[in-house]
Write a new protein. Structure first.
Length: 255
């Protein structure tokens, strides 16, 4: 049996809401309850290009929560601090990974405080750029109510380090025959073509979309660890080969 979830990243006060509303309307039409990655205190200049702050931002977040959308804590400021690639070695930038525990605790406490002030419940954590480390998990365990990490490379939800993990594997929809798959979209940069593909996919497959409450989590095993490491290092090897080929071509052009 196949199960699908969908996650939208980077909800913040400077969003172009028209780009988001088309997703919300589509989900509501088919009664899909997405994961929404909400930034508590956005300080990322790349996400501040739409001008004025939306004074109704937190009212919107609470409205989405009332519709049973799952609100996730998307870091704290969405501001990258270093080039650490974290547990999964996916991206060379992070707001959390590599920072001392006490600093990560301060970030988590500050984020939690904002959500509590605004009456928003955040049962899961979503790290900007998919980068975080064991200290991030320790800070979340100590200072938040987060139970689930929206990340991972496996094909089904699992339990590890005291948290439930819901892997995020794909940046757009794709037909699968089994396992659990999370599609990760960024409404601010999603093209019309990608959205139309999503519309068609949901129209044909909406019965396979599930909510977090319907997921079953299995224990993380040694076999899972080996599989995950294989995925990580295979990707690193491919990227290394691509970089070397690109470097060789540049040198050849110079000569």
């Amino acid at each position: 049996m196949v199960q699908y979830l969908i996650r939208l990243d980077d909800l913040c006060p400077t969003n172009d809401l028209k780009k988001w509303e088309r997703f919300f309307n589509l989900f509501d039409l088919y009664e899909i309850k997405p994961i929404i990655a909400v930034i508590p205190d956005n300080q990322d200049p790349k996400l501040s290009v739409c001008g004025d702050l939306n004074p109704y931002y937190w009212s919107l977040v609470r409205h989405l929560q009332k519709k049973d959308y799952i609100i996730g804590m998307h870091g704290f400021e969405h501001r990258y601090q270093n080039h650490n690639s974290g547990l999964f070695r996916l991206n060379k930038r992070s707001e959390f990974a590599g920072l001392p525990l006490y600093i990560q605790e301060q970030k988590v406490k500050a984020a939690v405080s904002i959500f509590k002030r605004e009456g928003v419940h955040t049962p899961l954590f979503i790290a900007p750029a998919h980068t975080f480390d064991r200290n991030t998990l320790k800070a979340l365990d100590k200072y938040s109510d987060v139970l689930i990490i929206s990340d991972g490379l496996l094909r089904s939800p699992y339990i590890r380090f005291g948290f439930g993990w819901v892997p995020v594997q794909l940046s757009e929809v794709a037909v699968k025959s089994k396992h659990t798959w999370t599609f990760n979209y960024h409404p601010e940069t999603c093209t019309d073509e990608a959205f139309e593909k999503l519309e068609k996919f949901i129209a044909q497959n909406h019965k396979h979309f599930v909510s977090l409450s319907k997921l079953t989590f299995k224990d993380y095993t040694l076999k899972d660890y080996v599989k995950e490491q294989y995925i990580i290092y295979s990707r690193l090897a491919r990227n290394f080969i691509k970089d070397q080929i690109s470097r060789f071509r540049r040198l050849k052009l110079v000569r």
